[in-house]
Design a protein around this ligand. Structure first.
Ligand SMILES: NC(=O)N[C@@H](CC(=O)O)C(=O)O
Ligand SMILES: [Zn+2]
Length: 429
């Protein structure tokens, strides 16, 4: 089977290719990239004139909720949401039921993904058994079963000595640690950023120190253990500063920011509405500015969604009672174009680095490029279309987004995984 994508503008920072080309796909691979390709056999032709072609996006932080919470999301629906968002590889976090803390659960997820998922699914293993913070998992076993990283996401390992031991084991198994940074003892009943808006709404606050203290601790532990540390969903100015300092010192640390954290501030929370409740919370305008500058200056390496679907019933509760988390797979690209590219913080090339090249590097996988001979994981997008986000059009089971009815710029038109179209925007969606 041949597919010919004609006249698209390729952005491929890894192969240092940028310009208008044709791409010929045969089976699961890219066969040729050239100007004006005429295929020998009949081919399906896609006209990509005026559109941009990028290596498929890789999301280092999603919650697929399977096994255990299928009413929120499944591997199948989560992967369809990923495809619609331009993501060709996603890494599910281990806070499932049971937690992803054994080779059996890793294998179960990989099997299920093989049958049901439309994109690549690379699972992340837990650091402690049942994510209870008491006993380390067998990281060698997790690695051998196919885990690409370990994380305690949803919380931090609060026992520092145990965590240091876990980092050493992760380093020994060449697994990066993906850190959720939250000092549990400081959070108390906080549900949104501590500040004026929280007082105005009469809601309990979460201070920046909740994150910053653990970011500092984890960087110091990474320095001592030599583990590759990836800091998840950074939300504060001081997190960015500390990552910058750590990088200057040569510590192996990378940072991730989520679209909601650069698109909204706590002042944008209109009322006690749990679609604005996530962990870490939406921060101050000053923090948001630091995150955008961190992305621009290369201190922050990755944009990840922290796609965290919950049911409508759960999210119909108040801020104080609803669970933390919002969906993100189907809005990440347009929010990034709107708030980073159109505002001059990132060039389209830098955006591709944050969504594709750098995540591939962190995972050590052979993705993040569109070159001859590569697996054809790619996305065709329009950087200029304006549209209004409609949560009812999401493939995800989760409709919990603060971006419903937001006007944005930039849209995914096609997503290819291993040469196959796994998403195509219909004319009226
Ligand atoms: N981010 C969230 O608010 N929630 C995540 C957990 C997490 O990523 O920490 C979830 O699993 O719902
Ligand atoms: Zn987290």
């Amino acid at each position: 089977m041949l597919t010919l994508i004609k006249n698209g503008y390729i952005i491929d920072p890894k192969a240092k290719r940028e310009g208008i080309f044709d791409i010929l796909i045969e089976g699961d691979r890219i066969k040729r990239i050239d100007s004006n390709i005429i295929p020998e056999k009949s081919a399906t032709i896609i006209d990509a004139s005026g559109k941009t072609i990028m290596p498929g996006f890789i999301d280092l932080h999603v919650h697929l909720r399977e096994p255990g919470y299928e009413y929120k999301e499944t591997i199948k629906t989560g992967s369809m949401a990923a495809a619609a968002g331009g993501f060709t590889t996603i890494c599910p976090m281990p806070n499932t039921k049971p937690a992803t803390d054994s080779s059996e659960v890793i294998r179960w997820i990989l099997d299920r993904a093989k049958q049901e998922a439309v994109v690549n699914v690379l699972p992340i293993g837990a650091i402690t058994l049942g994510q209870e913070g008491l006993e380390l998992t067998n990281m060698q076993e997790l690695f051998e079963a196919g885990a690409v990283a370990v994380s305690e996401d949803g919380k931090s390992v609060m026992d520092t000595a145990l965590y240091a031991e876990g980092m050493k084991l992760a380093a020994g198994n060449k697994l990066p640690v993906f850190a959720h940074c939250e000092d549990k003892s400081l959070v108390k009943s906080g549900v949104m950023n501590a500040g004026k808006k929280a007082s105005l709404l009469g809601l309990a606050g979460i201070s920046n120190a909740v994150e910053d203290i653990i970011v500092a601790r984890d960087i110091l532990l990474a320095k001592e253990t030599g583990v590759r540390l990836h800091l998840c969903h950074c939300s504060t100015r001081d997190s960015v500063k500390m990552i910058s300092l750590a990088k200057e010192e040569g510590i192996k640390v990378t940072g991730e920011v989520c679209p909601h954290h650069f698109a909204l501030t706590d002042e944008d929370i209109p009322s006690d509405d749990s679609d604005y409740k996530m962990n870490p919370p939406l921060r101050s305008a000053d923090d948001v500015e630091a995150l955008k500058e961190g992305l621009r200056d290369g201190i922050i390496d990755v944009i990840a969604t922290d796609h965290a679907p919950h049911s409508e019933e759960e999210k119909s509760k108040s801020m104080a009672e609803a669970p933390f988390g919002i969906v993100g797979l189907e809005t990440a690209f347009s929010l990034s174009v709107t708030h980073l590219v159109k505002t001059g913080y990132l060039t389209p090339v830098q955006l591709v680095e944050k969504l594709s090249v750098n995540p591939a590097k962190i995972l050590g996988i052979d993705r993040g490029s569109i070159s001859e001979g590569c697996v054809a994981d790619l996305v065709i997008a329009d950087f200029d279309i304006e549209y209004t986000i409609d949560k009812n059009s999401f493939y995800s089971k989760g409709k919990n987004t603060p971006f419903h009815e937001s006007k944005v710029i930039g849209q995914i038109l096609y997503t290819f995984v291993a040469g196959k179209v796994v998403y195509q925007k219909s004319r009226n969606s």
